[in-house]
Design a protein around this ligand. Structure first.
Ligand SMILES: *Cc1c(COP(=O)(O)O)cnc(C)c1O
Ligand SMILES: [Zn+2]
Length: 408
């Protein structure tokens, strides 16, 4: 079982009993989960497990009783050797795609949402929810359905219905706030605390982020317990990038992998919403919010990233680079990945691939490096991003000679 030792402030290190709390009372810093790690964890133990989901690492996840686990089978997704993509980008030999587009609700958010909903069940909250309309809403709603918990999606009332169709199908209730995303967020935060609702990315955040750690565990295990040289990670709030770093550090502390200090972390953002890249390039440690994000990568359109500062610290710690790519490069990235590897991703994954390509072309990534490129969501989620660049269909007569002449 994952034995949580305490909740610990990331800034002042104050420790708290593991309960329903997400900011430090002393310094308002964010809270992380610390574990009582059993000493028997070995590579063999994990590698021999039959469980084909991220719950194969349950000792390192914050659920005390296995009966409280709500699993849709997310995780343990393919790590695909992308030799064809590598060849097209420029003779890359050791490039892998971590393909998280094939999770149950079609994005990596099944990892954090699944852990948060399980924890909500464990501490007997009456309902769960989130302030999101995208992948997080779907992932939370699906796990809530399986957990038999009501789920509330807080969002502005004027969003397009198709954006929440998936979440509504799982039975979630839509709280249509007549205001902005900030208003919806604030309402979710206050209502969550006052009504005992586990808002997965707000008051459940310490537990929520733990799920994304498994993106490190799986990659390490799938590489035969090796740490990649270079990791390319798409960044919105920055929570996932931080969690991946925490995951590798936990593996090192357990002796399951060697030195993680040499890995190189690349934070990839879309040009229309790249506040962390801006700060990185200006060598500033202040992330200045983007008022109006404009990008096809909606999953990454977070103007004021909650974990922005921590991403900058991670980049400093791990030989990091932050880079941005344009909408056009994102579309090229989506199509390159689809056409060479048979993986259809949403724009967030296109951002990873496009950043990889850019850094290789600039000579900032070497051909021989062992690279893992995180592809975090499915292309079917955002077909509007590519519909205009795909070939138009010209009608052809049902005449064998005419068709035959067309097909070379
Ligand atoms: C949420 C999301 C991200 C970004 O994750 P953060 O933790 O917000 O940085 C990346 N890709 C997809 C598909 C997402 O849904
Ligand atoms: Zn503190």
């Amino acid at each position: 079982m994952g034995t949580v030792r305490c909740l610990k402030c990331r800034e002042c290190n104050r420790e708290y009993e593991p309960d329903f709390r997400y900011i430090c009372e002393d310094c308002f810093g964010p809270i992380d989960v610390e574990y009582e790690i059993p000493s028997v964890l070995t590579r063999e133990l994990f590698s021999n497990r039959q469980e084909k989901s991220y719950w194969r690492y349950f000792e390192l996840l914050p659920i005390a009783n296995k009966n409280n686990i709500i699993s849709l089978g997310a995780g343990f997704t393919p790590l695909q050797l992308a030799d064809r993509l590598g060849e097209q980008i420029g003779n890359l030999k050791n490039i892998f795609i971590k393909n998280d587009s094939v999770n149950p609700t079609y994005s990596f958010k099944d990892r954090p949402a699944g852990v948060a909903v399980s924890k909500a069940k464990e501490i007997r909250l009456r309902a769960v929810g989130c302030a999101s309309t995208g992948n997080l809403a779907s992932a939370t709603a699906a796990h809530a359905a399986k957990a038999k918990l009501p789920c509330f999606i807080f969002a502005p009332s004027d969003i397009e219905r198709v954006k929440i169709l998936q979440a509504l199908s799982y039975g979630a209730e839509f709280v249509a706030v007549d205001g902005t995303y900030d208003d919806a967020n604030r309402v979710a935060s206050v209502i969550g605390d006052s009504k005992g609702i586990g808002v997965v990315n707000i008051n459940m955040r310490p537990y929520y982020v733990e799920g994304s750690k498994t993106l490190a565990f799986e990659v390490a295990e799938q590489l035969g317990w090796q740490v990649p040289d270079t990791l390319i990670i798409p960044v919105g709030s920055g929570a996932m990038l931080n969690a991946i770093c925490k995951g590798f550090e936990e593996l090192e502390n357990l002796g399951l992998v060697d030195d993680v200090s040499k890995m190189k972390i690349i934070a990839a953002q879309p040009h229309g919403c790249a506040p962390i890249v801006d700060a990185f390039k200006n060598k500033s440690n202040e992330v200045r919010p983007i008022e109006k994000p404009e990008t096809i990568a909606k999953s990454l359109a977070i103007g004021d990233p909650g974990d922005g500062l921590y991403v900058l610290r991670r980049l400093a710690q791990y030989n990091g680079i932050a880079e941005e790519v344009t909408d056009e490069e994102i579309v090229d990235g989506i199509l390159a990945l689809a056409k060479t590897e048979g993986i259809f991703t949403e724009p967030a994954g296109g951002v990873s691939v496009a950043a990889l390509k850019k850094l290789v072309q600039d000579g900032r990534i070497d051909k021989d490096e062992n690279i893992v490129c995180y592809v975090t969501g499915n292309g079917l989620k955002a077909t509007e991003a590519i519909v205009d660049v795909l070939p138009k269909l010209d009608a052809v007569k049902p005449d064998i000679q005419v068709v035959s002449a067309l097909i070379r």
